[in-house]
Ligand binder design. Structure first.
Ligand code: ATP
Length: 143
């Protein structure tokens, strides 16, 4: 099996409601998987542009990019492509500006706002939970 590199970017988009911080998560597979919006970096695109585009496409939301959060790494194998993927995803923090979760992509099952602590519990992948923990740390320092 060949190993192929894959590079994606995504974001944590947050808003304040009644003094509490909420973030938008996307779900797949009958709401058994909850994750952060992300997608592959296309040719000629910067990682920041990818993150902004994917957040908008997958959640229907637009935000102001504040800073980089982290990069995560994982491996997965694809039978169809007969390859092992070594994947890096760069995550950025976005402050919600406009848009509605009802305008999300058809590929995504649903998009919901969660209180940040609830969202940390909801996320399927440990590495994304760490990304959100980092966002929480930054946002609470700002308060
Ligand atoms: P992208 O959203 O970047 O276009 P994709 O939808 O094609 O990606 P992934 O979300 O990377 O693909 O999913 C490919 C495989 O990796 C799936 O089996 C998924 O469960 C697994 N996976 C996704 N995110 C993580 C993660 N953070 N840690 C470990 N495994 C993950």
């Amino acid at each position: 099996m060949r190993t192929k590199k894959q590079h994606s970017a995504g974001g944590v988009i947050f808003r304040e409601r009644d003094g509490r911080i909420e973030v938008a998560l996307i779900s797949r597979s009958n709401q058994t998987i909850w994750s952060l919006p992300k997608g592959k970096v296309e040719e000629g695109e910067s990682v920041e542009e990818t993150a902004r585009r994917e957040v908008k496409e997958e959640t229907g939301l637009e935000g102001k990019l504040l800073q980089k959060l982290n990069s995560i790494h994982y491996f997965y194998s694809s039978k169809e492509e007969k390859a092992l993927f070594s994947k890096t995803v760069d995550f950025f923090l976005f402050k919600y500006l406009k848009g509605d979760v009802k305008e999300h992509d058809w590929e995504v099952e649903s998009v919901e706002w969660f209180n940040i602590d609830e969202a940390i519990k909801k996320l399927t992948y440990k590495s994304e939970r760490e990304t959100l923990e980092k966002a929480k740390e930054i946002l609470y320092k700002k308060k």
